[in-house]
Design a protein around this ligand. Sequence first.
Ligand SMILES: *[C@@H]1O[C@H](CO)[C@@H](O)[C@H](O)[C@H]1NC(C)=O
Length: 137
Amino acid sequence: MQASSLIFGNSLAILLILSSCTLVHSDDDVHVSIKNRLGSGKNLTLHCQSKDTDLGQQNVGDGSEFGWDFTVNVWGSTLFYCDMGWEEVQQYHFVAYYFQRDFARCESQCSWLVSAEGIYGLNGQTGFWEFAYYWSS
Ligand SMILES: *[C@@H]1O[C@H](CO)[C@@H](O)[C@H](O)[C@H]1NC(C)=O
């Protein structure tokens, strides 16, 4: 009697630990992607970084995309910014992910489309592409 309740108690505790780990893990994984839709074969240069990660200078061809995965930090201060440029815009500074702005809007998948008019972002809550930023010099 005593032994079986002990075993049951232990496996319940292990089950609880395992399930909370899985929850935290899936909640914190975010994928950001930036797609070049400039058209006419125009290249996009992209350099994205956070405080401790530098994703390097990228050349993204028309119709291609660049993406990366990361885990949101426990303080909720995770921020990735990108400097981008193309034929008509020499350098544009853009926040690709900021937890406090994006945790609800794009919980695990943050997609951006770069077009000649500006940048569109996919709202994961509504499933709609929203116009987000005009090019400014
Ligand atoms: C885009 O980049 C590729 C690879 O660097 C290059 O070969 C191509 O000429 C570029 N296209 C334009 C339109 O600049």
